[in-house]
Design a protein around this ligand. Structure first.
Ligand SMILES: [Zn+2]
Length: 266
């Protein structure tokens, strides 16, 4: 029964002129590998509640993300990538782990409005720009992780203009620099205009109610207004579709990562 849904979705995607993908908070990496890492546990203890060193943690998250490995996220993204290969697609993702940029999918077809680990910004967003990762800071964190430097040697990077702390460009900073994703957001809205009255297949993967105005509500609206659109909503709990679009859609009650992994061999 469940595999029938996979086949149906695959056919719908093959048949569609446009494919719109929404990747939600249920897809976010859980950091387990970092949390279970012995050296990381030591570091957490050493930093404790010393605020001057808390900036080190996201750099360690970036370090873990950059280590190549095989896990369920990699596998799921690989399936997603092959599902849309050769199609005219666009992906909106709420994840902040940058996994999606390591899957061979076209970066020009991806927007991540919550940010991630690829750019930094001033915590106060004084200049309305994002900047590259300061390599010496990153390098010193790696040396500290490898016990080649001590905690006291760690220097937090600061904004060159106002002196505030530099932070990764992601939701959670004092003033989030939306400039980091605007260009891709504009590309997305332009792409969307092209889907009007075209055969559009919409696939939502683990999109809940954390930021419903980014994916969930607008996607429903897109499907409502485009009579040739179909929507597949995969979510372990919030898989239901409103009755206005229920006849052109399907809610699938499943964990989205497991759902994608099942495509192997279909
Ligand atoms: Zn600044």
């Amino acid at each position: 029964m469940k595999d029938d849904k996979l086949r149906e979705l695959k056919e719908k995607i093959e048949d569609a002129e446009y494919v719109l993908l929404g990747v939600g908070e249920d897809f976010q990496y859980d950091w387990n590998e970092l949390i279970e890492d012995k050296r990381y546990q030591e570091i957490e203890k050493e930093i404790g509640d010393k605020e001057a060193y808390i900036w080190i943690v996201p750099f360690l998250q970036k370090m873990i993300l950059e280590q190549s490995r095989e896990d369920k996220w990699k596998k799921a993204y690989r399936q997603l990538s092959s599902l849309v290969a050769g199609k005219n697609y666009f992906i909106v993702s709420l994840c902040m782990d940058d996994y999606i940029f390591d899957t061979g999918m076209d970066e020009r077809r991806i927007v991540t409005p919550c940010g991630g680990f690829r750019k930094m910004q001033c915590n106060h967003n004084c200049s309305h720009t994002v900047s590259d990762i300061p390599l010496d800071s990153y390098r010193s964190v790696l040396q500290y992780y490898n016990k080649e430097l001590s905690l006291q040697d760690m220097q937090e990077p600061h904004c060159e203009i106002c002196g505030a702390a530099l932070r990764f460009n992601q939701l959670g900073v004092d003033k989030y620099a939306e400039e980091g994703y605007m260009e891709q957001w504009n590309a997305y809205t332009k792409w969307l205009q092209g889907t009007l009255n075209k055969k559009l297949c919409v696939l939502e993967l683990g999109v809940g109610m954390e930021y419903p105005t980014i994916i969930r509500f607008p996607f429903e609206k897109i499907v409502f207004y485009n009579q040739k659109a179909h929507i597949y909503r995969v979510h372990p709990l919030l898989y239901q579709l409103g009755e206005e679009i229920a006849d052109r859609g399907c809610g699938i009650r499943e964990n989205p990562i497991e759902f994608l992994c099942r495509f192997e061999g279909i």
